[in-house]
Each structure stands twice: as C-alpha cells, then as structure tokens.
Ligand binder design. Structure first.
Ligand code: HEC
Ligand code: HEC
Length: 207
C-alpha cells in the first residue's frame, strides 16, 4: 500500500510540474475573459473604454483607480445611496468581488481621457475662476486644491476634467442635500449656489 502510494506520487510529480505553465496560462486567459465580460456589461452605460455617450452616465476613462475602487465598494456596501446609485449601481456592484473591483478600476484608469466639449465661453470663464480661486466671500475653497490644477484628480480625489456637465451637476446637488454622503465635499460646497454649480460644471466639461 505504502509503496504504491509512493509510486503514484512519484509518477504524477513530473506531470504536475510539466502542467504548471499551461495551467497558469489557462487561469490567466480565463481571468482576462471574465474581466472582458464584465467590462462589456459596464460599457452598455459607461461606453466603450469608459467614455459614455449619454451625459447621465459618468465617464470612467482616466478616472483614478483608488477613487473607482472606493466608489464600487460604497455602491456594494450601499453607503453611496443617492437615487441613481441605488437604481443603477447597487445591483451591478453586488456582483463584484474585491479582485473584480481592483481589476475593473485598473482597466478604466488606464483608458485615454475623454476630450473636453465646447460650451458657453462666459459661463466657462466664470467656472474656471471659481475652480481655481473658490469663493472667498462665502467660504468656498478652490476646487483645484483637492482635485488638481487641471482637475485631473489624485488618489481618492476624483478626476473631474472632461466629465459630463449634467452628471457633475447632479452629484453637486445630491452631495449638497446629503443624499450622497461625502462629508469633505459637503462642507466645501454647502454655500455653493445653483448658478455657481452650473458655471463650474460647464468649465469642467470643457477641459
Ligand atoms: C445600467 C447602467 C449602468 C451599468 C451597466 C453600469 N453603471 Fe456604473 N453608473 C451608472 C450610473 C447611472 C452612475 C451614476 C450613479 C449616481 O448618480 O450616483 C454610475 C456610476 C458609476 C461609478 C461612479 C463614478 C463617479 O464618477 O463617481 C463607477 C465607478 C461605476 N459606475 C462603475 C461601473 C462598473 C465598473 C460597471 C460594470 C461592472 C458599471 N458601472 C455598470 C450606470 C451604470
Ligand atoms: C478638501 C478637498 C476638496 C475640495 C476643496 C473640493 N473637493 Fe470635490 N471631492 C472631494 C472628495 C474627497 C470627493 C469624493 C467624495 C466621495 O468619496 O464620495 C469629491 C467629489 C467631487 C465630485 C463628485 C465626482 C464624481 O465623479 O462623482 C464633484 C462633482 C466635486 N467633488 C466637485 C468639486 C467642486 C466643484 C469643488 C469646488 C467648489 C470641489 N469639488 C472642491 C474633495 C474636495
């Protein structure tokens, strides 16, 4: 009995070692196929390579990976709970594990950014001043101090450049009314008026 077990082990060992590389390739291929299937699902709303067509859906292309990860986790644990998050993203995120979340975040972060769209020059100029200087009179700090000089984002501070204005406006409104919990941002924009919001989002969409 002992001898035959040893024989089986010895006989199977070289085979196991020999199969290690193809097995790893296979696992790699299947991880790629599974990521692609997930990306295709996301693309129905967020667009091919994360550049969405409908302005109701945010671009994900070139968004920072840590921010994407944090948002997917907050949809999954239902702490980002504004109406559209519940309607569209809770179900999506529920199906993702931590590995999927980091693979999707890395994929979208690596896609080329959407290019800015033109808009009303006067509104854009007003929004640029607000973004760069804030509104000292009402205690609003410069947006650039967290989101970056070119709104390119950094770590968990999201990229805002080239994002659809209607999406950004909706987020400012749900953050201000605390339908979306974002304590830092809430404090920053609590005195921002609707006109100021419209100017800053027009600027951000244009760059
Ligand atoms: C049926 C449409 C739909 C699908 C499919 C979808 N999303 Fe979304 N996604 C949305 C909407 C709408 C929002 C904005 C939610 C809000 O306003 O709070 C959003 C928001 C997000 C955000 C937050 C973006 C930001 O700037 O804060 C991320 C990240 C995201 N989705 C990732 C994904 C990923 C990854 C997939 C695929 C696994 C996916 N989504 C599939 C509709 C969709
Ligand atoms: C003190 C740092 C800070 C400042 C200043 C700041 N933000 Fe933010 N902002 C954040 C953080 C952090 C988040 C991500 C919130 C979260 O995790 O849900 C965010 C999120 C946002 C979002 C949501 C983006 C998305 O993709 O859903 C918008 C829009 C936004 N900020 C606009 C602005 C504007 C406009 C200003 C200037 C008036 C500004 N922010 C100033 C830190 C800041």
């Amino acid at each position: 009995m002992k001898r035959s077990t040893a024989f089986v082990l010895a006989a199977s060992l070289p085979g196991c070692l020999g199969a290690a590389t193809p097995a790893a390739d296979l696992a790699n291929e299947s991880a790629k196929a599974s990521l692609k299937a997930k990306v295709d699902t996301c693309a129905t709303c967020h667009g091919m390579k994360g550049q969405s067509i409908s302005p109701q859906f945010p671009n994900l292309a070139a968004q920072t990976a840590p921010y994407i990860e944090a948002q997917l986790k907050s949809f999954k644990d239902q702490s980002r709970a504004d109406p559209d998050a519940q309607a569209y993203m809770w179900g999506m995120a529920a199906q993702l594990n931590d590995g999927d979340i980091s693979a999707l975040a890395a994929y979208f972060a690596a896609q080329p950014a959407a290019t800015g769209r033109s808009g009303t020059p006067q509104l854009i100029a007003q929004g640029k001043t607000l973004f760069e200087q804030g509104v000292p009179a009402t205690g609003i700090p410069p947006c650039a101090s967290c989101h970056g000089e070119h709104a390119q984002g950094m770590a968990t501070f999201p990229r805002l450049a080239g994002q659809h204005a209607p999406y950004l406006l909706r987020q400012l409104l749900v953050i201000q009314s605390v339908l979306r919990t974002a304590p830092v941002m809430h404090g920053v924009i609590k005195n921002l008026t609707k006109d100021q919001m419209q100017a800053v989002v027009a600027y951000l969409e244009s760059i």
